[in-house]
Design a protein around this ligand. Structure first.
Ligand code: FAD
Length: 375
């Protein structure tokens, strides 16, 4: 077993770090300029094929590079928005769209000239992907899409949606299809979400499809074939989207350690209190352990290993580790934490969303448990 990085991986990490340090932190993912700058840096095409304008990285190199972006200071909102775009939409298009749609969309998505979104969650629930209210009916050669999706990351400025919907008939995961739906299709409308707990700079919205007429080529992987599409979307999202958050947690740990080392009481630096140092040591060990689960899952994706267990385990372990880290850092920062010094309090709000995004903690546990029960 080799835990080292290849020279190409080290280069990707160093390059990502240098780009992140030079990136204009004032750019927000709610603005088109953010996407063009991220696209120009190659961040939106890390794991897209080179033929589509991507870097052709494997999943492991992708998570290493994205982790480096987070560690070097890219905001969690930006990391999340880019992850939803790349792993939830662009990779789905690369794996399942028609050749014509790939040719049209992938270079635009890689360059940031188009923004992508994955629209699965419905107002009545996001956990049960078999019980969809969104419907597709066929009208001759055309498909007619009706329904509402909610909590869709990037929706307010997305140009392309990946959408799950039920075919005529039974409510069943085997009776759903996945579609690619351009935003400018008549009948698509978006209402921006307001009042989220965290990730305030990551745009989110509700999308309504009102008798949206699509060509049959909008089917991804074919009629009634939502399962493989959603499986691959979840495999990429759950395996990769939190890599940058892990890097951001490292960055926060370093900042908080520095802050506490400089803070003094009658006995010297407050870092000299074992309780404080042990709290930071717990965070360090827990992030390290989550990191290896993250890398293992990305490697498993590259090797074609179990597409259910590894992504679910990675998402579960990493989200819990970063939430626990953020809570501990907030605790040891005490009053300075409350005043959001170093952005630790807002970081805690940001990471809370990772417990539900790409499927809740309990849904990950269901996936892992189902694998256990099968053996
Ligand atoms: C920051 C963020 C970004 C998001 N981005 C997107 C996006 O881009 N696209 C998108 O489609 N969605 C997105 N979501 C929505 C997310 O996928 C859903 O919140 C999640 O799937 C849970 O669905 P729900 O909120 O409707 O909860 P519900 O499905 O209503 O569940 C409520 C509670 O019941 C539990 N529960 C439900 N069913 C089961 C079960 N079978 N076993 C055990 N427990 C169960 C859940 O764990 C949860 O605790 C995002 C959410 C967040 C917070």
């Amino acid at each position: 077993m080799d835990f080292g990085q290849t020279p190409a991986q080290s280069d990707a990490v160093a390059h990502a770090r240098a780009q992140a340090l030079a990136f204009d932190a004032a750019l927000r993912p709610a603005e088109q300029a953010f996407w063009q700058a991220a696209g120009a840096n190659g961040w939106l095409g890390y794991c897209l094929p080179t033929t589509a304008g991507g870097a052709g990285f494997d999943a492991l190199t992708t998570v290493l590079a994205v982790e480096a972006l987070g560690r070097a200071g890219v905001s969690r909102s930006a990391l999340f928005a880019m992850g939803a775009h790349l792993f939830g939409c662009a990779m789905v298009m690369a794996n399942h769209a028609s050749a014509v749609d790939q040719q049209h969309w992938l270079p635009r998505l890689a360059r940031g000239n188009a923004v992508g979104a994955l629209a699965l969650t419905e107002p009545e629930g996001g956990s049960d992907l078999a019980d969809l209210d969104c419907t597709i009916t066929e009208d001759g050669e055309a498909l007619i899409l009706n329904g509402v999706k909610t909590l869709v990351s990037n929706a307010p400025l997305a140009d392309l949606f990946i959408v799950s919907a039920r075919q005529d008939g039974a409510r069943s995961a085997l009776n759903n299809a996945a579609l690619c739906v351009p935003r400018d299709t008549p009948g698509v409308s978006v209402a921006p979400a307001t009042g989220s707990l965290g990730l305030r700079d990551a745009p989110m919205g509700r999308v309504t499809f009102d008798a949206v007429r699509l060509p049959a080529t909008a089917y991804l992987a074919g009629k009634g074939r939502a399962l493989p599409v959603i499986l691959s979307a979840m495999q990429w999202e759950r395996s990769c989207i939190l890599a940058g958050f892990l890097g951001a947690a490292d960055r926060d740990l370093v900042a908080v350690t520095g802050h506490l080392a400089a803070r003094r009481d009658s006995k010297g630096s407050v870092l000299g209190h074992q309780a404080v140092l042990h709290s930071l040591a717990e965070v360090r060990a827990s992030l390290e352990s989550a990191r290896w689960t993250l890398y293992r899952s990305a490697w498993a994706l590259d090797q074609g290993e179990d597409p259910i267990f590894h992504p679910a385990a990675s998402k579960l372990v990493v989200s819990r580790a970063i939430v626990s880290a953020a809570r501990t850092l907030q605790e040891v920062m005490a009053g300075a934490g409350w005043l959001d010094t170093l952005g630790i309090a807002s970081g805690l709000a940001d990471v809370m969303g990772t417990l539900s995004a790409s499927g809740s903690t309990f849904v990950q546990l269901n996936a892992i448990g189902a694998r256990l029960a099968r053996k």
